[in-house]
Design a protein around this ligand. Structure first.
Ligand code: ATP
Ligand code: MG
Length: 216
């Protein structure tokens, strides 16, 4: 049995065409069913539905043989205690967006950075933000949030946020501007290294099928 970890929503939806191209049809719609384990047209392949940020944990500890996770999630996960590693063979080129720094329209980011004052940054991505600002030599006080990051600069909680941006319409609706791009984000296929050894032929075939299906 091969177990593939996906998260509901964007990653599930964008993974479906890739699975289809690999000859795999998922048998249930996670938006309609409450099941967390879904069968596929291939009796030896099943899908487990987990939180987006839990995909690396499932794959790393063998709860799934492989999974699809955003680079944002993988960057935050890397180097976590107990990490045994993830094999990352493929950029699937789906769920594309970017990780950026945003502030209020009336905040002078360039001046704040130049003056070397401490910047208060609210984000869900504390590890990525810490590393990014450390590389720039900017001192930051990080405030961990779990959602609605846009609110932080508006309420005075923070000077800036680090968040994912795609069209920029959420920022715009809240009078925020993207002041710096940290990196481009897309979803990656991650594989458990031990599973790759134990189920080598089946997993290789699947990875190769995904590879040919990825739009470039
Ligand atoms: P959780 O519910 O576990 O907090 P989440 O809210 O991050 O997860 P999604 O919104 O489905 O879950 O995002 C899943 C992945 O999709 C993210 O990790 C990121 O890689 C990507 N993503 C997030 N927002 C966008 C966006 N606006 N456009 C494109 N891709 C995005
Ligand atoms: Mg989300």
């Amino acid at each position: 049995m091969i177990t593939l970890a996906l998260s509901k929503g964007r990653i599930f939806d964008d993974s479906m065409p890739l699975l289809k191209a690999a000859g795999i049809e998922v048998l249930e719609d996670p938006e309609k069913s409450r099941k967390l384990i879904i069968g596929t047209s291939r009796p030896d392949v099943r899908v487990v539905l987990v939180r987006a940020s839990d995909v690396p944990t499932y794959v790393e500890h063998g709860g799934a043989d492989l999974g699809v996770a955003g680079l944002d999630v993988l960057m935050e996960h890397a180097g976590r205690d107990g990490a045994v590693g993830l094999y990352r063979p493929l950029d699937l080129n789906i769920a594309k967006c970017r990780m950026s720094v945003a502030t209020r329209e009336d905040f002078d980011y360039a001046a704040a950075v130049k003056q070397g004052s401490r910047l208060r940054v609210a984000t869900k991505y504390t590890k990525t933000a810490r590393e990014f600002f450390a590389t720039k030599g900017v001192h930051v006080d990080l405030i961990k949030l779990y959602g609605s990051m846009e609110l932080a600069p508006l309420t005075g909680l923070a000077d800036a946020i680090v968040d994912l941006v795609s069209t920029g319409s959420t920022l715009k609706a809240n009078h925020l501007v993207e002041v710096e791009r940290i990196c481009d984000i897309s979803s990656r296929l991650v594989v458990n290294p031990a599973a790759l050894k134990l189920k080598r032929d089946a997993l290789r075939a699947l990875i190769d099928a995904f590879e040919s299906a990825v739009a470039r």
